[in-house]
Design a protein around this ligand. Structure first.
Ligand SMILES: [Zn+2]
Length: 348
């Protein structure tokens, strides 16, 4: 075959293909086209195979013609493939068009239990001050819950926290201080600590402001130079954050077995601004939390050298803060899953 004849043949092949592609209407017939003109049994492949027999002098021209044929067939195929894909996409888009006349779906938005709103608020506040958050089990050893908190077995302070015993050595934790014991143990008596421990605690209590289950957030800071002033400043910042900048904060001496000295913090009553009302029991002040410098015994019992390290600790009742902030009259409302109650706290 000379080049002239080959040119005629390839031109004819291109013409055939152009005709053939007109009848391609879907992917199946496109595949047939591909098999026929570009596949193993196509003329194209046959021409490539026969290139070996073409004399060297004509190889270049044959090669160019063959390449022209290949490009032409490939282009036909690719153009058609794109056309079919575009068509399919358009069809799908038309089918899936949004009917804006349909009414929208109604989403039932839940609301955050005010208990957890307070947990999140206080946690965010302390994370902002560089604290980390520690967690621990609610079924706790007597050792962690009491003894390592400077409350030995015969100590009268145990009466302040009438607890649920699981066994002689296991209790439902009566405060989250046991998490502090776990944190100090993990530190091995070395290095600073700056944590808060939010969680549920259990005591044998039952009236409008007390429940067998309630929430606490305790904080613990230990370092070589932390002072009582740091404690007062931290708690003042916290209480103003929770109850507003206008609140006055007052500290009263108190007693806790795990701190020495111990103080309780009050805020000026936000209901009567200190004049006296039923909320503040006509004192003008509302008790909020207990705190103090970590008792040297607690430091020693938990592996810290009390001559080198000191610290402060505080505990806040989550339910109490939520009740005061949101004017809730009964602590059990947090735990009864009453939708009517919860919906009042929905943020629209
Ligand atoms: Zn008042």
């Amino acid at each position: 075959m000379d080049t002239k004849q080959f040119l005629a043949e390839t031109d004819q092949e291109i013409l055939d293909a152009k005709k053939s592609i007109l009848s391609v209407k879907d992917i199946n017939s496109l595949n047939d086209f591909k098999g026929k003109y570009l596949g193993k049994k196509s003329h194209l492949t046959g021409y490539y195979d026969s290139m070996r027999q073409v004399p060297i002098a004509e190889k270049k021209e044959f090669g160019m013609l063959l390449n022209k044929l290949k490009v032409a067939l490939n282009t036909l195929f690719l153009d058609k493939e794109k056309e079919l894909n575009d068509e399919a996409l358009n069809q799908r888009l038309n089918k899936e068009a949004i009917d804006i006349t349909l009414p929208g779906y109604h989403k039932n938005l839940g609301s955050k239990n005010p208990f957890f709103a307070v947990v999140d608020d206080i946690t965010d506040f302390f994370i902002g001050l560089g604290y980390s958050v520690a967690d621990g089990p609610e079924v706790e050893s007597d050792l962690n819950n009491f003894e390592l908190m400077n409350i030995p077995k015969d100590h009268p302070a145990r009466d302040m926290q009438d607890s649920f015993s699981i066994s002689p050595d296991t209790v439902l934790r009566s405060h989250t201080s046991c998490v502090q014991a776990r944190v100090m143990k993990a530190m091995g008596g070395k290095g600073p600590v700056k944590v808060i421990c939010p969680g549920k605690v259990y005591r044998r209590d039952n009236d409008a402001t007390h429940s067998h289950q309630f929430g606490q957030i305790e904080g613990l800071v230990i370092s070589k130079d932390v002072t009582f002033s740091n404690l007062l400043e931290t708690l003042t910042l916290l209480l103003k954050h929770l109850f507003g900048e206008k609140r006055e904060v007052r500290f009263r001496p108190s007693f806790f077995p795990f701190t020495e000295p111990s103080v309780e913090a009050d805020i000026s009553c936000f209901e009567c601004n200190g004049k006296g009302c039923s909320l503040c029991k006509h004192t003008g002040w509302i008790e909020i939390l207990g705190s103090g410098m970590v008792h040297p015994n607690v430091l020693r019992l938990n592996g810290y050298d009390d001559k080198v390290y000191q610290g402060f600790a505080f505990g806040i009742g989550i339910d109490r803060v939520a009740m005061l902030k949101y004017g809730i009259d009964d602590i059990k409302r947090f735990y009864t899953d009453d939708v009517d109650f919860l919906q009042q706290f929905r943020k629209e």
